[in-house]
Design a binder for this molecule. Sequence first.
Ligand SMILES: Cc1ncc(COP(=O)(O)O)c(C=O)c1O
Length: 408
Amino acid sequence: MVTITESKMEKLREDFPILSRRIHDKKLVYLDNSATTQKPKQVIDAITDYYTKYNSNVHRGLHKLSEEATVKFEEAHNKVAKFINSDSQELIFTKGTTESLNLLAYSLLTDLKKGDEILLTQMEHHSNLVPWQQLAKRFELNLKFIEIDKDGILNLENNPINNKTKIVSVAHTSNFLGTINPVKEIGKIAHENNALFVVDGAQSVPHMPVDVKDLDCDFLAFSAHKMLGPTGIGALYGKKELLEKMHPFNYGGDMILEVKFDDTKFNNLPWKFEAGTPNIAGAIGFGAAVDYLNKIGMENIKNHGLELTKHAMRRLNEVKNLEIYGPLRADRRGPLVSFNLINIHPHDTTSLLDDYGIAVRGGHHCAMPTMKLMNLVGSTRASFYFYNTKEEIDYLASTLDKVKGVFK
Ligand SMILES: Cc1ncc(COP(=O)(O)O)c(C=O)c1O
């Protein structure tokens, strides 16, 4: 197994200026990567370069700056598309996973008829639940759920798919339980039943090689800020033949080929879905993020994440009165561990860890129905990226013992 060696790690961490910060006079230990990752100098510099050297609008200027900005913007399209092995036309820039999933829900559901069904799982982030739920209410469609067992594993044998199911939309990796779902298998089931298959890749694309052709998903949504890129930009992949048939989500400039007073001919893919001035700096930063990830290697990132997760599960299991949620086997998880100290509110745990310089997330993690199903008010979540070390996890485990001491 190739992993990130200690000497490489030291150098690599120097690329992330924020990692040398001190918090409450302690070294920052940043373990909130599922919420957002830190940004390397290369990404920050790419954004600064755009604003300082060739800031201009794209696609419409006939001057040099606009030409340069357009080239860089389209380069970013190509880089992000290639990163998930899609064609450039099939990769739409959006504001992030949330907007990608809203775009899909608005574009697809208007064509469904009363009584049609949408199949989700019981572990979805609100972003992959609320858009479908709200539109289903409006168009009188029904939502169904694949159930999870006590370890956060999907019960695929008893899934409620049937001939009314038109869309199956599933998180590749759960942001609360950490479960990596067997999306290839779920996609096969969806397609055998003539349903479209949507993957929420917000927590998978940053952490493992994801190949849309191999997965055979119809759509994949993900966010740049969870994979070293800036906030406010993400992507939606869609199979070309499906995107061509779909209605645009936003109407306006840039998404048109010809406009008359009474009708409009839409632009080619992907611009048909990118109305208005896009997030140019964001896209360029996203491209730089993908360059950085490619340099490290997604297999290395996946292997390092697995090693950290194994170590975290071992070390956290040694902390008395601590319960961990999600799959027992580290290799069935993305690089995150949700847990609670028994009888201590996750907000208390999280804010006490902050006193020691440890940044983790405490709360419902945008998965309120899953929390309720498991009779929890929330959890504390430690989530890792390739710049994290086993020593940081050891520090988390030993600090949790101190946190418990506060409540004795
Ligand atoms: C699984 C999952 N889906 C969707 C989202 C929403 O992503 P964003 O807030 O970047 O749109 C998140 C964010 O945490 C997530 O973890």
